[in-house]
Design a protein around this ligand. Structure first.
Ligand SMILES: Nc1nc2c([nH]c(=O)n2[C@H]2C[C@H](O)[C@@H](COP(=O)(O)OP(=O)(O)OP(=O)(O)O)O2)c(=O)[nH]1
Ligand SMILES: [Mg+2]
Length: 140
């Protein structure tokens, strides 16, 4: 039997007109590419709870106004089928700055303008962004 699909939750944290990305170290999926903060959905968690937990664990940031945006469904390798749930959120305290809490996994977190997003971007995210996906609220 092939392994079951996994569920990942990733968060577009919006600050002014920028979004937070971090470049992944050589471990695991998406090695050396830029990803949003996020991780696997745990048993019984809501998407919002998972988003807040992963963002806190990886960046130390507290977020608010956590909302569902979209999902992707990708075969990332022969053995990994990932359903990724994309959320957006704002900083609870706009003056808070991200910390690199898992330096063994991530090179560091930076704010980027999506018109000029960093490369190499994680494949499924690059497809979304090149396709014009906009995580910002339409009234912003
Ligand atoms: N972090 C993150 N994961 C993403 C994104 N897009 C996407 O498909 N994923 C998928 C691939 C990842 O392997 C999967 C889970 O995230 P992760 O790899 O960061 O997992 P993690 O180690 O932080 O968390 P965990 O397994 O310890 O719960 O979600 C994204 O933009 N950011
Ligand atoms: Mg992660």
């Amino acid at each position: 039997m092939p392994p079951a699909p996994e569920v990942g939750v990733a968060v577009f944290i919006l600050k002014d007109n920028k979004v937070l990305f971090g470049r992944r170290r050589s471990l695991s999926i998406g090695a050396h590419t830029y990803l949003l903060p996020g991780g696997h959905l745990e048993f019984g968690e809501s998407f919002e709870e998972c988003a807040a937990r992963e963002v806190k664990e990886e960046t130390g940031l507290d977020i608010k106004d956590i909302e569902l945006l979209t999902a992707t469904n990708n075969l990332l390798s022969d053995s990994v089928h990932m359903v990724a749930i994309y959320m957006r959120a704002h900083l609870l305290d706009p003056n808070q700055t991200p910390q690199n809490i898992e330096p063994e996994k991530c090179e560091g977190w930076e704010w980027y303008d999506l018109k000029n997003f960093p490369e190499p971007m994680f494949g499924p995210l690059r497809e979304m962004l090149l396709g014009g996906f906009n995580p910002f609220p339409s009234d912003s």
